[in-house]
Design a protein around this ligand. Structure first.
Ligand code: SAM
Length: 188
């Protein structure tokens, strides 16, 4: 069976991340991606996870505390400021953005084109060779529709000699299922 967008985003992460890598969860939410990344990088790697909501930090903190996870730093700030929170000269192997609003949270607190594009640009500049930026895009709400369109428009302009850009989307499903965008850096 073809994978859902979420499962496919995890496959793309698994293929590129090795133990010891430094990676980013750009939208921590309830911490599912944070935990997934934490396993992939192992005890020698590190995950920096970002969210702007206390609710997300608390929910993820509970999970990492319950599992005694040591390789993860939770940061309450927007992903557009992510680079300011990393040690100097850090290079990352991957970042995941699961855009939109917190499931069962306030639907008005959502990612937006401006900050998402700022974050993408900044994180691309510190991405290692063969590293990947992966975005799960939702077009089922107004802000998400604009954000998806803006992000895809930007991604299409990335030079082919530097980046491979892939989209994964079911085109015959109802109710706007999420899609995936993956930007892989060919050379640093
Ligand atoms: N990856 C999460 C998980 O595994 O549960 C789901 C993420 S949820 C769809 C999107 C999250 O993005 C929300 O928790 C929201 O607060 C957060 N968010 C919105 N704007 C943000 C920003 N500028 N920087 C970081 N996170 C942001």
């Amino acid at each position: 069976m073809l994978k859902t967008a979420l499962h496919f985003s995890h496959q793309l992460l698994t293929e590129c991340i090795n133990p010891g890598n430094i990676v980013i969860d750009a939208t921590m939410g309830n911490g599912h991606d944070t935990l997934f990344l934490s396993e992939l990088v192992g005890y020698t790697g590190h995950v920096y996870a970002f969210d702007i909501q206390d609710k997300a930090i608390e929910s993820t903190k509970k999970k990492i505390t319950a599992q005694a996870i040591q390789n993860t730093t939770l940061i309450k700030d927007g992903h557009e400021h992510a680079v300011n929170h990393l040690p100097e000269n850090t290079k990352i192997k991957a970042a995941i953005f699961n855009l939109g609003y917190l499931p069962r949270g306030d639907k008005h607190i959502t990612t937006t084109s401006d900050t998402t594009l700022t974050a993408i640009n900044q994180l691309l500049s510190i991405l290692e060779e063969s590293g990947r930026l992966i975005l799960v895009l939702y077009s089922g709400h107004k802000e998400g529709m604009t954000e998806k369109s803006d992000v895809l428009t930007f991604a299409q302009t990335l030079p082919q000699d530097m980046y491979s850009v892939l989209t994964y989307q079911f085109i015959n499903q109802q109710n706007n299922p999420p899609s995936v965008l993956c930007i892989e850096k060919k050379r640093a």
